[in-house]
Design a protein around this ligand. Structure first.
Ligand code: GSH
Length: 225
């Protein structure tokens, strides 16, 4: 490997955690550069030069800059993994993996962001409509997992890593239900068993994320009076 990989990150960000989890799974080392979003560090000119979309995670590999957790995961497996298991090269499997990754971004992550950004922007409640939308995403995920143990067949791929990173914090707003979400719950525990450090890298930080969001929501409610 040439230059050291640099990751612009913040651990509370679910897409960042997906990339960090994958990197650890692949045995890759990053130089970590924390970006303080609340101080607007992602809007500074130096960061915008790397990523005009001003999002984290952003990865720098030498002079190559790439962002969006899904695109980063695809790149890391293609470039650094010893085989294609986590992002299959087989045309149909790759198409299916891409479809799940786009679902993760478009549905799971978007719905999580709809709730968290409502709170960051001073909202005093999360509407039932937003919670219903999360539940419809769960319904679709439940269907994906009806016939396969992982999102793309029998083995773990980056689609599982990305989606699981978002489903954990989504439960802050819409808890999974034992009867209704059997497949998702079984899948989450399968993903956690397959990645030995999955819980270590997620449980504590998601708890802190929950406390931070609920604390802010409470403050927003107080400010209303
Ligand atoms: N689809 C993107 C989402 C990235 C994203 O929106 N990250 C948030 C933090 S969780 C962010 O950087 N927000 C700052 C902004 O959008 O300006 C991904 O998967 O990387």
């Amino acid at each position: 490997m040439g230059d050291k990989l640099i990751l612009y990150y913040k651990d509370m960000s679910p897409p960042v955690r997906a990339v960090k989890l994958l990197a650890r799974f692949l045995g890759l080392d990053f130089e970590l550069r924390e970006v303080n979003l609340s101080k607007g560090e992602h809007l500074k000119e130096s960061f915008l030069k790397l990523n005009p979309q001003h999002t984290i995670p952003t990865l720098l590999d030498g002079d190559f800059s790439i962002w969006d957790s899904h695109a980063i995961c695809m790149y890391l497996v293609d470039k650094y993994a010893k085989d294609d298991a986590l992002y299959p090269k087989d045309l149909k499997l790759r198409a299916k993996c891409n479809q799940r990754l786009f679902f993760d971004d478009d549905s799971l992550y978007t719905r999580l962001r709809d709730c968290s950004y409502t709170i960051y922007r001073g909202g005093k409640e999360i509407s039932q409509e937003k919670i219903d939308r999360i539940n419809s995403s769960y319904e679709i995920l439940e269907a994906f997992l009806a016939s396969d143990p992982f999102l793309v067949g029998n083995t773990l791929t980056i689609a599982d890593i990305c989606a699981a990173s978002n489903v954990l914090p989504l439960q802050i707003f819409a808890p999974l239900e034992t009867e209704k979400h059997r497949n998702i719950l079984a899948w989450l525990s399968r993903v956690s068993k397959t990645i030995p450090f999955f819980d270590e890298m997620n449980v504590k930080i998601v708890k802190e994320y929950r406390e931070m969001l609920m604390g802010l929501l409470e403050k927003n409610k107080q400010n209303a009076h």
